[in-house]
Design a protein around this ligand. Sequence first.
Ligand code: TRP
Length: 335
Amino acid sequence: MELHMKKIYFTGIKPTGSLHIGNYLGAIRPSVENSHRSDVESIYFIADYHAINALHDPALMRQYTYEVAAGWLALGLNPELVTFYRQRDIPELFELQWILTCCTAKGLLNRAHAYKAQRDLNLEKGHDPDHGINAGLYAYPVLMAADILLCQSHIVPVGKDQFQHIEMARDIANTFNTRYNCSLFRLPEPMIQDGLVLPGLDGRKMSKSYGNTIPLFGTSKELKTLINRFVTDSSQPEDPKDPELAPIFHFYRAFASPEQTESLAYRLRQGGLGWGHVKAELFSLVDETLATPRVRYAELMANPRHLDDILAKGAQKLRPRAQAFLAQVRTAIGM
Ligand code: TRP
């Protein structure tokens, strides 16, 4: 049975801001591609309870949650093929979170990068080490373990920054299995998908925290303005250019076919191609790719009730499974 079982691919997006092109290439595009594989079962969710830790504005909370849902769907996620839901709609998750909390060494959480970074910052500034740190940040990895383990996920596609969280989920699962002498929890494998590091406007990795992002669903005009602002070096149009050294080339490659990429690389090396032209080509390519999703996104965003329905159906699909699994977990702990 196990042999013929599809591998469960599981991932989530935290709705803490508007989607940008980095989210598309790093998370959304690969997840949509995976969802079309016949050997894979995809379970994707919106990590709204992870977001409340950082996002305290209820209107923005609602807005970003819809934006992530609409974005994913507009870019090709088919809710019939995958299980697609919001964390808040799965109460079983939070019961499991407590059970797992009791299987989590405090020392494990002390070592979490996100928590440690804040602590170190406090120490640097001469504050109390826990100044301004809430317990939600501290317990974040346990909720994430609950997300992953409740779905009995095999593979968790994530960025490099999330690797430690998957390791912790394995660690916590292992503690449970050992303590209760069972193998209820499947140990998830991370699938690190940072092969593609998309540069932002300033040439560094595109990231909300650097303020160098390009919105995914801005207008065509906004897209053009931003792409024109992309950093390039001061070489002249006639100069031959090394494509590998130009962040804008890496950006282009992320959208282009291998043939298009090869052609641009060739023309850059030849000389005679100015950055202005490269930007114009990049703009048409990205604009073309996003034209249809943009329309679909606007339609979806105009009808949040429909989004609610889709997400509620996803939760309905998952909950019976979650309940059955949680029943086994309760039995294992003697309840
Ligand atoms: N922590 C992830 C992030 O910030 C979001 C997330 C929450 C997640 N739960 C998850 C990702 C479970 C994968 C699996 O990107």
